[in-house]
Design a protein. Structure first.
Length: 284
């Protein structure tokens, strides 16, 4: 399932999305390639949002000899539908952020978002998920993409909070076989306590915050924002006011999910620490 190094040509990868100009993926994969001695070129491709444009863009990329793609918003579900084969984690997520093509031209899809989040929390920050009371904010595609790996890390319980309760309930039902997962509206969070709170909403990108009561975070609790920014996100700011032991943004997740894609494509796992540092310095 990996694409081997080919010395006769430079292999071609890209990220597709809309918008795409902000993407740090070309910088990240160039750093991975340099670090591991891999010959590849990585682009950012803006895809139109009209029906059929994404499928056409993927087909054109493959026909031109492209080797693999990262997929970002808003095309992850379309990529899932397009893939001929999907990993178990992509099936569960209902979304694909990594595509590549086998020797028969079949398109294979995977989702590396969840493993990227878990790896950043546990390996990079020495955090813990096992046995923790976990609260996840939001019930959109970003959360659906990370739920399975989070539940496989064995939290004591997992609650999904969302403005529209029915969306959270749908997700809780979908992933119920993987652990103790329930749904809640935000206004029912008062007097509850969690060891780990993960923000999977896009509120941070608008400079906003979900409606969270004081006292929600347990003593020594951790907070993690799946979004990242060149300034402290509103959720990380809230976490700091609540006395979080660690208040982290999603930059490490971004690099770790990219590293997992790189491993799927190239069969080699890059050292992510220096790359996270490099991107952080660039943002600042």
């Amino acid at each position: 399932m990996t694409i081997s190094q080919n010395n006769s040509k430079i292999d071609h990868y890209a990220v597709m999305g809309n918008p795409i100009a902000h993407s740090k993926s070309p910088m990240i994969h160039a750093a991975f390639a340099q670090q591991t001695g891999q010959a590849l070129h990585y682009d950012a491709i803006l895809v139109g949002s009209q029906k059929g444009e994404f499928a056409q863009a993927v087909q054109t990329f493959q026909a031109s000899g492209g080797n693999g793609l990262n997929i970002t918003v808003p095309f992850k579900q379309e990529a899932w539908a397009l893939a001929n084969q999907r990993s178990q984690r992509a099936e569960r997520a209902g979304a694909v952020n990594t595509l590549w093509f086998d020797e028969q031209g079949q398109m294979i899809g995977d989702n590396t978002d969840g493993v990227g989040l878990v790896r950043d929390l546990i390996q990079n920050h020495r955090g813990q998920i096992e046995g923790q009371r976990l609260l996840i904010l939001g019930a959109g595609g970003a959360v659906r993409g990370v739920l399975a790996p989070l539940l496989e890390a064995a939290p004591a319980r997992c609650m999904i909070a969302n403005r529209t309760l029915s969306k959270a309930e749908t997700l809780a039902e979908r992933f119920a076989a993987l652990g103790n997962v329930t749904a809640s509206p935000y206004d029912a969070l008062k007097k509850q306590s969690f060891d780990l709170i993960i923000n999977g909403t896009s509120a941070s990108l608008q400079g906003q915050l979900p409606p969270l009561p004081d006292g929600l975070l347990a003593k020594y609790g951790w907070c993690y924002d799946m979004m990242y920014s060149n300034t402290t996100t509103p959720f990380v700011q809230w976490a700091q006011t609540q006395g979080a032991e660690q208040a982290l943004d999603g930059l490490g997740m971004l690099v770790e999910q990219a590293a997992e894609s790189f491993y799927l494509w190239r069969g080699i796992r890059p050292n992510t620490g220096p790359v996270i540092e490099k991107v952080r310095e660039y943002l600042q």
